[in-house]
Design a protein around this ligand. Structure first.
Ligand code: ACO
Length: 338
């Protein structure tokens, strides 16, 4: 019989963000361009959403291409070679194909031949769901590094004749490399995920799946495009993101006063302002770029994190709050010590 002490809970390694990257397609579609496509106005879009313009991928430019371009930048910043990547998780609702996963194409584009690659489908929360999965995969020692990506080609799934939705969305990709936190500085402190499948009907792409295949008879109905009950989603978004933010901050042992920068999902400036107000965080501590890109779903928080990083807004030791909300319904938050 051994007299060694009974094994306690496994020690989890701290995990840090070692690099970020983003990619936005070249083509800009302004609100004025949309005025020529549907009955809308720059004034309506700007005051109701805060969006001024968005990017649209070129024909043949796919979610996996944008994801790989963002990933290359994140890998370069982290000093990690593609062939050394062990895990790739792509958050997307606009995959290149239903199968295989977009992450498999990304692996191919990058030459990350030794990685395990798969997608998560959690809409706008996808990047933070990927962060949570990857963080635990590294924390347990199962993987030594991970490349997480949020990437979307929403322009392929938008009904360009529906003014209720087509003015809201854009294309793009953001990525981050996660590594074990060697010296204890820079780490993900906490996270929180949630799902409410009972509200799935509020925001979905009803057609194109097994439930409603696209047929010659229904092809005119544009069922493989985003459908949303905007007002209802708005209410859920404010409440769920506020709660998710509070839980992650509390789990991190912090208060909102300790948060240097909030990086929220970029869907609507009124949603962002409402959350900031309810949390008691001033606008100077909230990162906003939706005026340039619109709602890029899973890519939005990832792109914003990279822009905040590369524009010098993040300093060593800063506390960042990342928070997202999307179809599902899903929500997610994380507090990171930079
Ligand atoms: N231009 C002009 N008028 C418009 C437009 C437009 N583009 N779109 C809608 N309208 C009209 C409507 O028809 C309506 O007219 P009516 O009063 O005559 O019926 C009026 O404007 C008001 O419409 P609402 O839907 O009530 O407008 P609201 O202020 O709620 O704004 C919006 C709509 C921007 C969609 C908002 O509800 C919103 O941002 N919702 C949440 C979006 C979100 O967070 N999505 C989650 C993530 S997305 C994802 O997971 C993929």
């Amino acid at each position: 019989m051994s007299d060694s002490p009974a094994a306690g809970p496994p020690t989890l390694r701290a995990v840090r963000v070692a690099g970020t990257g983003s990619y936005l397609p070249e083509k800009v579609l302004t609100n004025h361009d949309l005025e020529r496509m549907v009955e809308t106005s720059d004034e309506w879009i700007a005051t109701r959403t805060g969006i001024r313009e968005r990017r649209v991928a070129a024909e043949g430019e796919l979610t996996s291409h944008m994801a790989a371009k963002a990933a290359e930048k994140a890998l370069e910043q982290a000093g990690l070679a593609p062939e050394d990547v062990q895990l790739i998780i792509v958050g997307t609702i606009t995959p290149d194909t239903i199968t295989p996963a977009t992450a498999c194409y990304v692996q191919q584009h990058l030459g990350a031949t030794r990685s395990v690659a798969f997608d998560v489908s959690a809409a706008c929360s996808g990047f933070l769901y990927a962060l949570e999965l990857a963080r635990h995969s590294i924390a347990t020692g199962a993987f030594q590094n991970a490349l997480i990506i949020g990437a979307e080609k929403l322009s392929a799934f938008v009904n360009w004749t529906d003014r209720n939705t087509c003015v809201l969305f854009g294309d793009g990709a953001g990525a981050a490399v996660l590594l074990p936190s060697e010296n204890g500085h820079g780490k993900v402190l906490s996270s929180h995920l949630g799902t409410d499948g009972a509200q799935a009907e509020l925001l979905n792409i009803p057609g194109g799946g097994a439930a409603c295949p696209i047929t010659i008879d229904n092809v005119d109905q544009k069922l493989a495009t985003l459908a949303m009950q905007g007002r209802e989603v708005f209410k859920h978004a404010v409440n769920a993101m506020r709660r998710a933010a509070e839980v992650a901050i509390e789990k991190a042992g912090l208060t909102t006063d300790d948060i240097n920068l909030v990086i929220p999902h970029q869907a609507n400036l009124r949603i962002i302002d409402a959350i900031a107000e309810r949390l008691g965080v001033g606008k100077d501590r909230v990162f906003v770029n939706l005026d340039k890109y619109g709602n890029t779903s899973a890519a939005a928080v990832a792109i914003a994190l990279d822009e905040a990083n590369r524009s010098g807004r993040l300093h060593s030791g800063d506390h960042l709050l990342l928070v997202a909300f999307g179809a599902g319904l899903t929500w997610a938050s994380a507090v990171i010590e930079w």
